[in-house]
Design a protein around this ligand. Sequence first.
Ligand SMILES: [Zn+2]
Length: 417
Amino acid sequence: MHIKTLLNHVTKFKSFVFQDSRLCRDSNKLFIHVEPRRNSKPLCSQCGYPGAVYDHLNQREFLLPPIWNIVVILLYTMRRVNCEHCGKVIVERVPWATGKSPVTKQFAAFLGSWARKLSWKDTAESFRVSWDIVADAVTWVVEWGLANRNIDNVTAIGVDEIQYHGGHNYLTLVYQIDRHCRRLLWIGKERKKKTLYAFCDFMGEQRCKAIEFVCSDMWKAYITVIADRFSNAVHVLDRFHIVGHLNKAVDNVRRSEVKKLRDAGKPAYLKKCRWVFLKKKKRLWGKPRARLRELLEMNLRTVKAYLFKEDFDHLWTYKSVTWANKFINQWTKDVMRHRSLPELKKFARMIRGHQDLILNYFRAKKEFSSGIVEGFNNKAKLTIRKSYGFRSDKLREIALYHTLGNLPVPEITHRFV
Ligand SMILES: [Zn+2]
């Protein structure tokens, strides 16, 4: 069987034919010539119209996906078109590559699909290309996916923020959290009002109107914009975010108490037990659980805060909005009585300030909540961590869309991957 037969089996380029192939044994490279079909006219790369051949450029090399660890290279002599439509001489358009890229679309799609399973570095090493080629390939795949995805019929969204570079750099991520389609929809810089307004502009008025549920945390800028632009939607304050705030409050109590004990020269009971207090009791086993039992017998502020936290967990078991409301009233009242827990009081005040939005969680029958946004959040964090060292913000966004965007892939991928 000829190499040509194999190639024609996996891919066909209209108006072009595969010619002879040559294996270079030393470099382990397979070169395949491709030529225009006789009498076919080149297409202008700007307007796409056919025109007369003006001249030929130097022969170029394009990488195809490797076979049996042999690098496969397509050789082609690009023509220039005398385009009447554009009124100038322009290089031709070829179906297997774009612009000056040395990688065929087939190989870009191939690398892109592997880069979702492996890190970009591993992908580059596995297929013997540079990291930059993988980055370019993923960028192409993602841009294709973004241009070809359908963002109509979004009825539920989750808004979340994510930190990167360890400091105070934020990205706002908007997810579609409908049951039939869950994916990263949009990424914006920072977490300001204008960030979320930019998302609304991106979606357009019509699509924004169709949104019925919005999930977010208690960040004021988000709340303001959601009330303004999604006034018809039910705004659900997400369980995952609320629990996050509560955990932070408990941890703050612990930190301040550790400091106080140290300043007073007392033993460091509370050192290295952050997770003992943050994990749910029912998920705590072995040594940490014994440690917790020990700590619970001491008269510590952290212990009180911990007990309140465990108690708060009941809230999520309610089915009725009325009972959930009663529970919040009682719980916050109990907390407010404790003079020694200012950190928790702050949380309780926040809960009261957003009580109605929190109750929406029960009104929405818990459908659009925690698990989804939390799952996305974890994946996004992982992607950001893996992408540490990315030189540009753009690549960070590309990586996020690549892993979370659930983007359509170009048709040509299917036969190669
Ligand atoms: Zn043209």
